[in-house]
Design a protein around this ligand. Structure first.
Ligand code: ASP
Length: 611
């Protein structure tokens, strides 16, 4: 039995493309083409019957063109046009003419003209799409992902993918100009330690063994430097099996770069030139010759975050010293106390302050102390605990003036910085402090070499274990890990981390010292990274590199709200692909070939209980 759709296809009288070829896109024709015979192909956006005339807006990824079927000019073409419906695929031959007086559409690049159809072909019919193909219509995201090929027909989505493609081209052109080679590295590989969980692929030919999908091409790009390839880049897919936050994807794309015989300054110069090229080619925006730099320490001190948005002020102030003897015990006893002065914030309502208090709890704060500064009065639940001396010191340190509100956070520096830093970022948006169309790049440098992992109860690499320690930290790597600094740098754009990299360890001795400091036994280091340690012993040049998040950069350049809007086929928060249905069960035979057997759910639970 033929389906209803099939019957409709048959009835509609579809025709083959034959020798028809497009002469123009649907976004191209203007008054300059008046009188020209053209051939357009695309999808029907709208069809309107207006008395004798039938109008069709034909759409492709370049735009819309109005076509007119007229019974006077081409009776045969007009007679057949009644079958046309939304999303049917048409080929039109016709003549360009100006739209009649008063009918021009200045909002549309092709809005001054229309094409009078002389002949046309129905290339395909279409079912009614699950949502309308228009920028304005916001279908739910799950529906959009399930019907992604329909969603991508929307002009904004097509424009996002086109911008992303121009970015990739600018990257290739700039890096080729700078003497970089584009080299691919394996997808089926050994685990690389970027600090996330690996995706594993079972080996059919070696039962019980697994490949890991690369979290990044880190070790391979370093091996390419040891191989003498000198300057490498790759627009590389990376895989990290993490719980997904709003702007993360389990597979994402990096512009991955490595260069030999280079120090931090050369990597940063290369990266700045790359950003300038992307912004010039893609947006026509001229970026400055060099980007400001902040050490990690200063970024944390002034902004509380290692990716500060420097498009507005509201800097944090450390007042720990001023409240050491405070009658307010929460301040006196805290390892660190910081203040965030908000000019004009005196007008915040109790409700608004309560909302901000709830907000900082996400970052581990118990509450949020505040003082409103009025002429001759500090209005606050805590003001009575503060001595005049303390008030004078805080006023001086934070630069308080009447009309301000000042927020405080007291406790461990990590919590103090996270809560006030994120509060600052939120207030920047809430109070409208962020100028439009500004692109603030910033380097954050001199990161700590390690960070303490409270769960694992040990130090882990802050960047990754191949990051070189600063010269001054070589000695204290093992003895005072908390103080050791890395030759690592992040590139921040408007408060987003868009890139990160480092100068690498290039001698086996220091790499060994690094693994030891991270708590790897010699045998464990050998087992995991033996091949790499060996390579370091065969003439590794000094080298360093960086990787940029292509998805995030594209998102920022498009002004999109989510990285999913710049990825053709993204996954949901639960790492599923709603279009293809991945991940999905596989046939028992496939598992058998791989030497795998699934555990029964019930048995799983038993084992979970006794694990
Ligand atoms: N491999 C690092 C990352 O993916 C970047 C780098 O160090 O070049 O974060």
């Amino acid at each position: 039995m033929m389906s209803e759709h099939g019957q409709r296809e048959e009835k509609a009288g579809m025709q083959p493309l034959g020798d028809w070829r497009r002469s123009h896109t649907c976004g191209q024709l203007t008054l300059a083409d008046n009188g020209r015979e053209v051939c357009l192909m695309g999808w029907v956006q709208y069809r309107r019957d207006h008395g004798g005339l039938i109008f069709v807006d034909l759409r492709d990824r370049h735009g819309l063109t109005q076509a007119v079927f007229s019974p006077d000019i081409a009776p045969e073409a007009h007679a057949g046009a009644h079958v046309i419906r939304s999303e049917f695929v048409l080929a039109l031959r016709g003549r360009v003419r100006p739209r009649p007086e008063g009918m021009a559409n200045p909002g549309m690049p092709t809005g001054d003209v229309e094409v009078v159809v002389l002949d046309w072909k129905l290339l395909n019919t279409a079912k009614t799409p699950p949502f309308q193909i228009e920028d304005r219509i916001e279908a739910g995201e799950n529906l959009r992902l399930q019907w992604r090929y329909i969603d991508l027909r929307r002009p904004r989505m097509a424009a996002n993918l086109a911008l992303r493609s121009r970015m990739a081209l600018a990257v290739r052109q700039e890096l080729a100009d700078q003497g970089f080679l584009e080299i691919e590295t394996p997808i089926l590989t050994k685990s690389t330690p970027e600090g996330a969980r690996d995706f594993l692929v079972p080996s059919r030919l070696n039962h019980g063994d697994f490949y890991a999908l690369p979290q990044s091409p880190q070790l391979f790009k370093q091996l390419l430097m040891i191989a003498g390839l000198d300057r490498y880049f790759q627009i590389a897919r990376c895989f990290r099996d993490e719980d997904l936050r709003a702007d993360r994807q389990p597979e994402f794309t990096q512009i991955d770069i490595e260069m030999s015989f280079a120090d931090e300054n050369q990597v940063m110069d290369m990266a700045e030139a790359l950003m300038r090229r992307i912004f010039a080619d893609v947006l026509g925006v001229a970026l400055p010759r060099s980007f400001p730099r902040l050490t990690w320490e200063e970024a944390m001190l002034r902004y509380g975050l290692d990716k500060p948005d420097t498009r507005f002020g509201l800097e944090l102030v450390d007042i720990t010293g001023a409240v050491r003897q405070s009658g307010f015990k929460v301040f006196a006893a805290a390892p660190q106390v910081k203040a965030l002065r908000v000019p004009g914030g005196e007008s915040l309502s109790r409700k608004e302050i309560d909302d901000l208090t709830e907000f900082v709890k996400i970052y581990g704060a118990q509450g949020l102390a505040w003082i409103k500064i009025r002429e001759n009065e500090w209005q606050s639940p805590i003001a009575k605990f503060l001595s005049d001396e303390e008030k004078t010191a805080i006023t001086r340190l934070a630069g308080l003036v009447p009309g301000d509100i000042v927020f405080f956070q007291a406790g461990e520096p990590a919590m103090v910085n996270a809560s006030l830093g994120n509060l600052r970022a939120r207030l920047g948006v809430q109070l409208g402090l962020i100028p439009e169309n500004s692109w603030n790049f910033l380097w954050v440098t001199d990161f700590p070499l390690y960070e303490y992992d409270g769960e694992a109860k040990r130090f882990v690499a802050c960047h990754h274990p191949f990051t070189a320690p600063s010269a001054a930290s070589l000695e204290c790597m093992a003895t005072d890990p908390a103080a050791a600094k890395a030759r690592a740098y992040d590139l921040i754009l408007n408060g987003n981390e868009v890139g990160g990299g480092s100068i690498r360890i290039h001698t086996a001795a220091i790499q060994r010292r690094m693994f030891a400091a991270l708590g790897f036994s010699e045998a464990a280091a050998e087992e995991e990274f033996g091949f790499f340690m060996q390579a370091l012993e065969y003439g590794a040049p000094p080298h360093g590199g960086i990787a940029f998040g292509l998805d995030r950069l594209a998102m920022l350049l498009c002004g999109a709200a989510s990285i999913r809007d710049v990825i053709a086929f993204p996954k949901t928060q639960k790492a599923t692909d709603l279009l293809s249905g991945a991940p999905a069960p596989v046939a028992a035979g496939q598992l058998r070939e791989l030497g795998l057997r699934l555990r029964e759910t019930a048995r799983d639970e038993d084992m979970g209980a006794s694990d």
